[in-house]
Design a protein around this ligand. Structure first.
Ligand code: EPZ
Length: 417
């Protein structure tokens, strides 16, 4: 398995181009399954997860071609509404095919996703929502079977503004009979773009970006093309590195998607300048600042691990609370191996800033934990070896090349067997 070798304490400078958003393109790809014809999706990041989703598209019968971040999906030949276990277990987002294939075929079989590195990740909101739309849901031998001759619009109220459930139910509802209202819907930019894409396909969705989404069912959809929004989580990851290691500029990014993160970074001592499509960060005296994640537009849970790496070197003590995933702290023992001083109680990490981190071998456990270990390795004295980096390759496009171009000493060791 590949590993990353990092020589720490090299400052960063220059600019980095942010890739398209993983968490936008995955549901957009499954939405493309709803209509005959060819959709062209541009600015698709070349990731393990996008390639896994392409495999799933082909398993259900679509024809895909992917080159230079351009993805063509011809869904005319989709004929097998089933997402197999061995694929769903590697990527929870495969569950996004449930709504689209049920809407198009009236029946779909999808393996229940398991948990992930940091704990269980239920799908009860997805299933309850589909039942509200009239689907018959049965579970046998680890597969969900959903059936519905024609889905009927309904009022659906999420007890938590789930990103995935909002996406799945919106896709199922766009061709249902009558109107669907989703209360307490997710407002993440990735769901906003999914809803805009569905409207480009002929759907009638209003209230996009608010907690109340209204969907008037239409008879059918047609294919459409779209350019994926920038990845705000990749951008936030580079910002945390910049706050530690030097003035860098992020290009092809949407600063509006990072309001709460930019505010926190300024509070912690960085200077930030933005234009409509760039962000420049310059390190200051790093101060310990408390942070609590929240659903959008709050501080993203997907940046919590990277933030903890940053606070490990801040002057003073701080708390980092995750209100979205209460057990998403598998990165903290690894950061402590590098000399950080972090204790976790319930869903809060108590961080005492230290003067320096010292390089050591550490192990990735999930996409964002890996990112926090890379940031820590870049600032640690000596050499850090990050293993199991297939996790990072799921969500970051050529991350070591991007950091190297900014002046970091980091390379991918493929010989580690
Ligand atoms: C999406 O996951 C993202 N993944 C995650 O990013 C992100 O961490 C998460 O949203 C929160 O922002 C993709 O978009 C592919 P949720 P999702 O449903 O949709 C609970 C990354 O690193 N819940 O909003 O699975 C759930 O347990 C990944 O790119 C239920 O209880 O997240 C969690 O506590 C990691 N029942 C909370 O809601 C359900 O049916 C938020 O989950 C669904 C969710």
């Amino acid at each position: 398995m590949d590993q990353l070798i990092i020589q720490g304490q090299h400052s960063l400078s220059g600019s980095v181009k942010i890739s398209g958003a993983k968490n936008a393109v995955l549901p957009i790809m499954t939405a493309a399954l709803m209509a005959e014809g060819e959709s062209i999706i541009t600015r698709v990041p070349d990731l393990r997860d996008t390639r896994t989703m392409i495999k799933l598209m082909e398993i259900v019968g679509a024809r895909c071609s992917f080159k230079d971040n351009h993805l063509k999906i011809d869904a005319s030949t989709v004929n097998n509404p089933e997402a197999p276990y061995d694929l769903v277990k590697t990527m929870r987002a495969s569950f996004y095919v449930l709504g689209p294939l049920l809407a198009r075929f009236g029946t779909v079989k999808v393996s229940l996703p398991g948990g992930c590195a940091w704990g269980p990740r239920p799908v009860d909101f997805h299933l309850k929502g589909l039942e509200k739309l009239g689907a018959k849901i049965t579970l046998n031998s680890g597969y969900i079977l959903a059936e519905a001759k024609r889905l009927k619009g309904a009022k659906i109220n999420f007890e938590f503004p789930s990103v995935g459930a909002t996406g799945n139910i919106a896709m199922a509802a766009v061709t249902a009979e009558g109107t669907t209202v989703i209360e307490n819907a997710a407002r993440e930019p990735e769901i906003v773009q999914l809803c805009k894409y569905l409207n480009q396909m002929g759907a009638l969705i209003s209230g996009i970006g608010t907690s109340r989404i209204i969907i008037d069912g239409v008879e059918s959809l047609h294919s459409a093309n779209i350019d994926v929004i920038p990845d705000r989580i990749e951008a936030g990851t580079f910002l945390m590195a910049g706050a530690l290691l030097g003035k860098i500029t992020l290009t092809d990014v949407n600063p509006d998607h990072l309001d709460s993160v930019l505010l926190k970074l300024k509070e912690a001592g960085s200077s930030i300048e933005t234009t409509s499509n760039s962000i420049t960060i310059e390190p200051g005296h790093l101060k310990a600042v408390d942070m609590s994640t929240a659903v959008y537009p709050g501080f993203a849970t997907d940046l919590q691990a990277q933030w903890i790496a940053l606070m490990s070197l801040a002057k003073g003590s701080s708390m980092a609370t995750d209100t979205v995933y209460h057990d998403r702290f598998s990165h903290t023992p690894e950061l402590n191996r590098l000399g950080a001083n972090i204790k976790v109680e319930n869903n809060t990490a108590f961080i005492r800033g230290v003067k320096e981190l010292v390089g050591a071998p550490v192990m990735s456990t999930d996409i964002r934990a890996s990112a926090s270990l890379i940031i820590a390795g870049l600032v640690a004295r000596g050499t850090t070896i990050v293993s199991r980096i297939y996790h990072i390759d799921r969500g970051y496009e050529r991350i070591e090349e991007k950091f190297e171009a900014l002046g970091a000493k980091i390379f991918r060791d493929k010989t580690s067997g």
